[in-house]
Write a protein that binds this ligand. Structure first.
Ligand code: HAS
Ligand code: CU
Length: 560
């Protein structure tokens, strides 16, 4: 379908701006690995401090790029499946807020006024502008969502007997979950942290802010991956040459995410002193439950791929894997999907280790955790973002894609880099290597009394992985910006490959509505968060503590 000029401009800015920032985000990622391997043995490089760089890495890659992408992919999906545009006020209003918020965040991070990492744990304090900018970015994405309801209602009126397309269900589930879970973080940002950063209040309730963050922070990680799931169910079977194995299973998986994502945030706080063991045990159980929709995805997508391989002539048990369209320049998107899926097998399994209340005691705050999340967010999520950004920009701008072979190889190179990086981090983590630490100034510096030779091989492997990822990213930027600076050769259009379903399945009414699932979600949120918040107020209190970025000693002497 063709689109209006204003929506076209919105999508192009919404893809190009975060992709430009990603250069800084990726650069700071590679730098992390050099610091940690002890190749850099200092606090700052090129004027960027270790923690400042780590903050840019997390905020740009995991909050800015992902949120912009989810909104732009949402616009694209809505227009493709519903064949109409959202209202102008919604996509322009949303873009203006998001661009302003992201720019404010960028400026304060570059100035070194917001080095509190992407989790902005108090009592690390960032500039009030950082909290306000982040809130603007999130609220901007809500406005885009509000705009999608109008085309949806119109479509429904015209197609009363048709089911909501799976891609629209996935998008609506994702943004409903995102909206519900970002209310606590907006409260944290605007009501608790901004006045504290401005000096209007001089105390902050640390466990409370952390709890509000993770009420948002866990659904946030699914917000990163659900667009990729939409792609796995609705695009991948088609480009692999097959069909979606089960539409009902896909719907069920999305709805289970709606129910289970928000209540499990406490699994990031299994070492939080202010939360009781009972709640943590309950959250461990819920965490195992939230793995079920991903296991279902593994089986449904796996079966769809197997079907595709057999349609391409595969025989026997495993030959279907070989027959898939690997490394095909005329089908470059396939690589961005399959490499993400392969990484996610290991990302998911390591997540289940994290979710176990007892095993978490071993891995929490070690390199294991970034090892886990690079195989999730830097695996399927980012690879989907990279592939679809090329695809959508090409469609909407009408500009040609050059260097198809390079574009095809990038995801495989990236996958190899992530595998090495994550293996190094996880192996080091199991030997106690801490995360969020400039190891080059201590543990991996042979001149330091804290030198630990056991962490040298693991941090070195991590660094090699980081350099391979950096090389893949560099190649990607060359391809993306070469397209961006080319002249258009075709008219703007919006279209997505659409997978058919393999079986004609019976309609299950419960899978065709989101309302009961939202209600179950709210009940589960209450079962987790009523006792959690009670605990937090019982065992914690607002304190005046403050820390400097590089010093673990409380600088306010009267508060212990
Ligand atoms: Fe996680 C920490 C538990 C999934 C991201 N996670 C993090 C952090 C991030 C993150 C960023 O319970 C660190 C936050 C911080 O800064 O502190 N996570 C889980 C569990 C899952 C999980 C149980 N995480 C994700 C996803 C993320 C993500 C998805 C981003 C996108 N995570 C935790 C816990 C912590 C944690 C604790 C806290 C740790 C701590 O102590 O701090 C599950 O959802 C995972 C389920 C997934 C599966 C895999 C299914 C496999 C599929 C692929 C199939 C492949 C096919 C291809 C079909 C069960 C779908 C086959 C074809 C061939 C040819 C081979
Ligand atoms: Cu989580």
């Amino acid at each position: 379908m063709t689109i209006s000029k204003s929506l076209k401009t919105t999508i192009l800015i919404g893809l190009a701006m975060p992709m430009s920032l990603f250069i800084l985000g990726a650069y700071n990622g590679v730098m992390q690995t050099l610091y940690r391997a002890g190749v850099l043995q200092r606090a700052a490089t090129a004027g960027i401090n270790y923690y400042q760089g780590l903050t840019m890495h997390g905020v740009i890659n995991a909050i800015v790029l992902t949120t912009f992408f989810a909104v732009m992919f949402g616009h694209f999906t809505i227009v493709h499946y519903l064949q109409r545009e959202p209202p102008r006020w919604s996509y322009i209003g949303s873009l203006v807020l998001m661009v302003t918020g992201a720019t404010i965040d960028l400026v304060v991070m570059v100035l070194g006024k917001a080095s509190a990492l992407y989790t902005f744990y108090a009592p690390l304090k960032a500039s009030a502008f950082f909290y306000i900018g982040t809130a603007m970015l999130i609220i901007g994405s809500w406005i885009a969502f509000a705009g999608w309801l109008k085309p949806w209602r119109e479509w429904k009126r015209e197609h009363p007997d048709e089911k909501m397309p799976i891609a629209i269900l996935g998008t609506f589930v994702n943004f409903t979950m995102w909206f519900m879970s970002s209310i606590p973080v907006i409260y944290e940002l605007l009501v608790l942290l901004t006045p504290w950063a401005m000096g209007t209040t001089d105390t902050v309730h640390v466990p409370l802010t952390r709890t509000l963050f993770w009420m948002f922070g866990h659904p946030l990680v699914y917000f990163w991956i659900l667009p990729a799931y939409v792609g796995y169910y609705t695009i991948l079977p088609k480009i692999a040459g097959g069909k979606l194995y089960s539409g009902n299973a896909a719907r069920m998986a999305f709805l289970l995410f709606l129910v289970l994502s928000t209540p499990v945030g406490v699994h990031h706080q299994l070492s939080e002193g202010a939360i009781s063991g009972g709640v943590k045990l309950w959250v461990s159980v819920l965490t195992f439950a939230v793995s079920i929709p991903s296991f279902m995805t593994a089986f449904t997508v796996g079966a769809s791929l197997e079907y595709a391989g057999r349609r391409r002539g595969a025989r026997g048990l495993l030959q279907w894997m070989k027959k898939l369209p690997w490394l095909r320049a005329d089908n470059y998107l396939f690589g961005y999907f399959i490499c993400g899926l392969i990484l996610f097998i290991f990302g998911g399994l390591s997540g289940i280790v994290n979710g176990s209340y007892t095993l978490n005691q071993l891995v929490h705050n070690t390199g294991w955790v970034p090892g886990h999340f690079h195989m999730t967010v830097a695996g399927p999520s980012i690879l989907f973002i990279l592939g679809l950004t090329l695809y959508m920009f090409h469609e909407v701008s009408g500009k040609p894609l050059h260097m198809k072979l390079t574009i095809t190889i990038i995801p495989y190179l990236w996958m190899i880099g992530v595998a090495m990086l994550s293996h190094g981090l996880m192996a080091g983590g199991l030997m106690g290597e801490p995360r969020r630490t400039n190891l080059g100034m201590s543990y991996t510096n042979p001149d330091s009394p804290m030198f630990n030779s056991h962490w040298v091989p693991s941090t070195t492997l991590t660094m090699v992985g980081g350099i391979v990822m950096g090389t893949a990213a560099l190649l990607y930027f060359i391809c993306f910006f070469r397209m961006l600076f080319s002249k258009p050769v075709a008219a703007a259009r919006v279209s997505l490959p659409e997978s058919e379903e393999l079986h004609e399945e019976k309609d299950i009414p419960l899978l065709l509505t989101m309302k009961p699932w939202v209600v179950i979600c709210l009940v589960l949120v209450a079962t987790t968060y009523v006792p959690t918040i009670k605990n937090v107020f019982k065992y914690g209190k607002p304190v005046k503590n403050q820390y400097q970025m590089e010093n673990p000693v409380n600088i306010i002497q009267d508060e212990k």
